[in-house]
Design a protein around this ligand. Structure first.
Ligand SMILES: Cc1ncc(C[n+]2csc(CCOP(=O)(O)OP(=O)(O)O)c2C)c(N)n1
Ligand SMILES: [Mg+2]
Length: 595
């Protein structure tokens, strides 16, 4: 049988090294699905329950492997379902290629069934490259460009294939005028700043007395250099959410996360520093950075467009984080006065005690912080952590001490609900030997997670190490937003929008042939983690957690406190519980062991 356009598409993707396609079928891509059935080995098709999950998995694939992630969906509804996951990849700068079907060429423009103007629909999310094919000879360069541009620009690209075109014979471009003769292959360039700019940056950093560093996803492969620079400069290092795995939290000068989900030592360091060095981060909240004029700044980013954007940095270096820091080091002078660094280390040590005390505070029935606190020392070597958006992200960011060799991610810039479980599934396909742990709220579980469990049940036997754990924070509340209503807007909880219906997460997991464990009392926590981590199949840990434990920012402003107090007068339905819990947390933070 001759090769169809769809066969050629898959062959070309395989030549690019694509091993796996996450997707869902439909008649808009029947030609491609049939070709997947014929393909000997690669790429393999992973079937999801909803196309959004395929896009999240492609994004996580890119985040965890550094390779391009590929997702596939049918025309119209399937393509539309991809969008949220594609935006997640776009705004977190991940290379993802979306392949979608379209109505047959003869029907396009005819208000045909499932015909949506996909070029326009994807024009924003895949703005660097979105093209609809009309003849077979285009496929070669469309694949080559979609993959190459996704990699080169670290972004989302999209190929649209009318369904009839997928089934016609493949064609190579003719040797003729107006034909395209493209090739595969992309090597990441080495991007380094000019020598003079490095010197300028070093002068500025050498002049400072109180240097703060902030690192993000762009610094993930620069652990050694970040640590060395921090040492020379006597700096502390705060980590943006996507940069959690840059440095282990056991280091005394690592102040942990920053921002609304951040720590007090990060906050204090930013408020007191006179010099700021940002590496590979676009952390968005400027109120958690030094105020304008307080500090002089240097920023390093691989993407020139992201420089001088969050803080008016004086020296902006376009460069790979690792190599740029390496080149910077010889120009840096070791700071003899270590008092700034000592203060940071004291603050960090104190903060871990506050966190422990907060975690061990009683709650009804379980304090969610304790669930994370007790997981932390049990984290297996080289595990892969994912978190959903919601209160889990706070505890993930603050309470888990990450170690060398682990990976961790979540939806950073889009901060969408829903990726926790699909990210963990992609992690298992990419690294079947490693243990994946997803931390998810009950809202996110009801949105996407419980359907993700069906996918886990379908595939887990293929993984050489079957361990994947999904922690569900069962609090019957869209808790993060409930607290944002209280603290940021000064509105009491609105039960009609915030309360969640009951669902038996652990029992449901069992019904799928997975393991389900319930944490019902604080004393259950440690044992439940040990059991889950030793399970011989994927495991759902359902923790009954208290929605009155506040996922509060490390430092509440007077304005926020006032707004929060006013919600109590307005009759918040959880009034008594939150007063009780707030009082306990307050007492814990002023006890002698914290001073
Ligand atoms: C797709 C999407 N919808 C809504 C939101 C707003 N949002 C952010 S966190 C959150 C609550 C999450 O609730 P849950 O998953 O139960 O976690 P909890 O905070 O209760 O632990 C909501 C509604 C969002 N970020 N993304
Ligand atoms: Mg919840």
């Amino acid at each position: 049988m001759s090769m169809t356009v769809a066969d050629f598409l898959l062959k070309r993707l395989a030549e690019w090294g694509v091993e796996r396609i996450y997707g869902y079928p439909g008649d808009g891509i029947n030609g491609i699905v049939a070709a997947l059935g014929r393909a000997d080995d690669k790429p393999k098709f992973i079937q999801v329950r909803h196309e959004e999950m395929a896009a999240f998995m492609a994004c996580a694939h890119a985040k965890f492997t550094g390779e391009v992630g590929v997702c596939l969906a049918t025309s119209g509804p399937g393509a539309i379902h991809l969008l949220n996951g594609l935006y997640d990849a776009k705004v977190d700068h991940q290379p993802v290629v979306a392949i979608v079907g379209q109505a047959a060429r003869a029907a396009i423009g005819g208000h045909f069934q499932q015909e949506v103007d996909l070029v326009s629909l994807f024009k924003d999310v895949a703005h660097e490259y979105v093209v609809m094919a009309s003849v077979p000879a285009q496929i070669r360069h469309m694949v080559d460009r979609a993959v190459r541009i996704a990699k080169a620009e670290r972004t989302v690209t999209c190929i649209i294939l009318p369904n009839d075109l997928q089934q016609v014979d493949a064609e190579e471009p003719k040797r003729a005028h107006a034909t395209i003769h493209s090739s595969t292959g992309y090597s990441k360039p080495l991007v380094i700043p000019a020598e003079a700019d490095l010197r300028h940056a070093a002068d500025l950093l050498n002049d400072g007395e109180k240097v703060a560093m902030l690192v993000g996803a762009g610094a993930l492969d620069a652990a050694g250099e970040v640590g060395e620079v921090a040492d020379i400069l006597g700096a502390g290092v705060a980590k943006a959410l996507l940069g959690k795995a840059v440095l282990p939290d056991s280091l005394p000068f690592v102040t942990g996360s920053i921002g609304l989900l951040g720590t007090k030592p990060s906050y204090d360091m930013m408020m007191d520093c006179d010099t700021l060095l940002m590496v590979g981060t676009s952390f968005p909240y400027s109120e958690f950075l030094p105020k304008e004029g307080q500090a002089r700044g240097v920023q390093i980013d691989i993407d020139g467009r992201m420089l001088g954007l969050r803080y008016p940095t004086e020296v902006n270096l376009v460069g790979d984080a690792q190599v740029t820091l390496k080149l910077l080091i010889p120009y840096l002078r070791r700071k003899d006065d270590r008092s700034w660094r000592q203060t940071i280390e004291q603050n960090v040590a104190k903060w871990w005690k506050v966190l422990e005390a907060r975690a061990m505070t009683d709650a009804k029935p379980i304090n969610p912080q304790r669930v994370f606190w007790e997981l932390s020392p049990r984290l297996p070597d080289s595990c892969i952590l994912t978190s959903d958006s919601g209160s889990a992200a706070n505890w993930f960011a603050r309470d888990l001490k990450i170690r060398n060799g682990m990976m961790a991610s979540l939806s950073g810039n889009l901060a969408t609900m829903g990726p926790g479980v699909p990210y963990a599934i992609a992690a298992k396909f990419c690294f079947p030997e490693r243990i994946a742990i997803a931390m998810v709220g009950d809202g996110a579980m009801q949105m996407n997670g419980i359907n993700g469990l069906i996918t886990i049940a379908k595939y887990w036997r293929q993984w050489s190490n079957p361990r994947l754990i999904v922690l569900v924070l069962h609090n019957n509340d869209l808790n993060q937003v409930t607290w944002e209503l209280r603290v940021i807007s000064g509105d009491p909880k609105f039960e009609a929008s915030q309360d969640l219906p009951e669902f038996p997460y652990a029992r449901y997991a069992e019904s799928l042939g997975l393991k389900g464990i319930r944490m019902e009392r604080p004393d259950d926590i440690g044992g439940a983690w040990d059991e889950a981590l030793a399970a011989d199949c994927p495991c759902i840990v359902e923790a009954l957690t208290d929605p009155d434990v506040p996922p509060l920012p490390p430092h509440i402003t007077f304005d926020e406190a006032k707004k929060f107090a006013s919600t109590l007068y307005q009759g918040d339905p959880n009034q008594r519980g939150i007063i009780r819990q707030a009082a306990r947390e307050f007492v814990e933070s002023v006890l002698p062991h914290n001073n």
